[in-house]
Design a protein around this ligand. Structure first.
Ligand code: NAP
Length: 244
């Protein structure tokens, strides 16, 4: 079975691609700018004995997404059965200072991309009467966060989107679930100041910052048969930070 992971060149997406490969899924790695990283991940997965390919697309662009699905199907020789909508960006700022561009870039990349990709994937999944949609949200989509109005709105949006898709396609054997990571060590969080990191660490009951692999394991669960009776859920992978 083939899994497509968006934004799989680095961070959480990369870990998800590796974990799915470990679980014997073939993997289509989507990247936008980091071609060398995507290429080396592809070789690594191939060396694990499963099929992999790497595909450039800016998933915030609907034409790119249409071409992405076409080239994945042509090159991998099968339809996407598992879609992980992971690509994401931040453009943090206080609302008063937030530019239109900061708002639009975040909504386009974190929310619109999931719509474009899921719309492409769902037709074949519905025909096959099988599919798994796994959306990477965030705990701030549940709680909100000062300085992240754009990002929190995109992540709250993806949660509503997940639940709607879950209801719309449940009778076609398709499940849709969201994962809400808390604070995970990747390039995205690397930019935070040490004081900010210390403050966040204090709010995590399990007492440590999460790893991309922690999120990847949850994604592998939603991709597996083990989770076949679970749909429309949001699983926080956050060391107990939110407990909503
Ligand atoms: P990251 O290390 O910054 O990696 C982001 C990935 O997204 C990269 O592979 C990047 O690809 C890709 N990407 C960005 N824009 C893209 C676009 N337009 N088209 C295709 N790919 C694009 O981020 P991360 O921490 O792994 O985050 C992954 C997901 O988890 C995001 O949705 C993020 O919001 C969510 N999340 C992260 C945390 C955290 O603490 N890290 C917490 C909650 C939720 P290229 O480099 O190839 O451009």
């Amino acid at each position: 079975m083939l899994a497509l992971v968006t934004g799989a060149s680095r961070g959480i997406g990369r870990a998800v691609a590796l974990e799915l490969a470990k679980n014997n899924f073939n993997v289509a790695i989507n990247y936008n700018n980091s071609m060398d990283a995507a290429k080396s991940l592809c070789s690594k997965i191939n060396s694990m004995g499963v099929k992999a390919g790497y595909f450039k697309a800016d998933v915030s662009n609907s034409d790119d997404v249409i071409n992405l699905f076409k080239s994945v199907k042509d090159n991998m020789g099968e339809n996407v059965s598992i879609l992980v909508n992971n690509a994401g960006v931040t453009r943090d700022n206080l609302l008063m200072r937030m530019k239109n561009e900061d708002w639009q870039t975040v909504i386009n990349t974190n929310l619109n991309a999931a719509f474009y990709c899921t719309r492409e994937a769902i037709r074949d999944m519905a025909k096959a009467r099988y599919g798994r949609i796994i959306n990477i949200a965030s705990v701030v989509g549940l709680t909100g966060n000062a300085g992240q109005a754009n990002y929190a709105a995109s992540k709250a949006g993806i949660i509503g989107f997940t639940k709607s898709i879950a209801r719309e396609y449940a009778n076609r054997g398709i499940t849709a679930n969201a994962i809400a990571p808390g604070f995970i060590e990747t390039d995205m969080t690397e930019v935070l100041k040490p004081e900010a990191k210390e403050g966040i660490l204090k709010s995590i009951p399990l007492g440590s910052i999460g790893k991309a692999e922690d999120v990847a394991k949850a994604a592998a669960f939603f991709a597996s048969e083990t989770s076949s009776y679970i749909t429309g859920q949001v699983l926080a992978v956050d060391g107990g930070m939110t407990m909503i």
